[in-house]
Design a protein around this ligand. Structure first.
Ligand SMILES: C[S@@+](CC[C@H](N)C(=O)[O-])C[C@H]1O[C@@H](n2cnc3c(N)ncnc32)[C@H](O)[C@@H]1O
Length: 207
């Protein structure tokens, strides 16, 4: 809580509490996918922390997609602070209607946003449309490692006593099933990873 008894907003949380997870998650996805070139889309990017972490370890051109004007402004500022203006570019758009051409993105990453998408089959269809042949989309959530998750949970409970309940709800069996069904109906290969790195649906488009 801040001095007015209010929970800080997501930009503060991403910058001050979640900060260590993004390089770990980016390294995991880049290592597992082997994708380091081309276009990367960070869907529901918030302040583009994950997209920036991908740009820092690859040669990828990153577009941070978020429907919030504030998040797009903050992600532009953050890219500038990381000397990545032009390499990480905000695009204000809804995941359900993406302003990108078919088959354009070598890598799609999305952390902690899927739980807010209103129509999973439509969003997943859009993601599979813009994914390039040979590309991968990593959609899910998590904190990178068991240790980071424990550290962050401890800090989050201090500012939000309902943190554990809310996390559990996001990964309820119903939500989990709806995400899997949305992945399956894209008709591209979809596997689920649930381990210490987090929960990920990995969509792979045949090359
Ligand atoms: C919990 S934040 C996660 C941000 C970021 N991915 C991270 O891990 O730091 C969820 C973000 O998803 C965005 N979002 C939710 N639904 C969206 C949609 N349909 N299209 C685009 N962005 C969306 C929100 O504006 C918010 O910035």
């Amino acid at each position: 809580m801040n001095e007015k008894g209010k929970s800080p907003g997501f930009p503060y949380i991403a910058e001050h509490i979640f900060a260590p997870i993004y390089p770990v998650i980016a390294a995991h996805i880049v290592e597992q996918s082997g994708i380091k070139q081309g276009i990367c889309l960070d869907m529901g990017c918030g302040i583009a922390s994950l997209g920036i972490a991908v740009a820092e370890i690859t040669e990828m051109q990153v577009y941070g997609v978020d429907f919030s004007t504030d998040m797009c402004r903050l992600s532009k500022d953050k890219a500038h602070r990381h000397c990545l203006s032009g390499r990480v570019v905000p695009v204000q758009a809804d995941v359900h209607l993406l302003p990108f051409r078919d088959n354009c993105a070598a890598l799609i990453v999305s952390r902690g946003s899927v739980f807010f998408w209103k129509d999973l089959p439509v969003a997943f269809t859009e993601i599979s449309r813009v994914l390039a042949p040979g590309g991968q989309a990593w959609i899910g959530g998590g904190f990178g490692t068991k240790e980071l998750k424990a550290q962050i949970s401890e800090k989050m409970v201090e500012i939000d006593p309902d943190w554990h309940a809310a996390s559990k709800k996001r990964l309820s069996p119903e939500n989990f099933q709806a995400m899997q069904e949305a992945g399956r109906q894209t008709e591209i290969l979809c596997r689920v990873i649930q381990d210490d790195s987090g929960f990920w649906m990995v969509l792979s488009k045949g090359g």
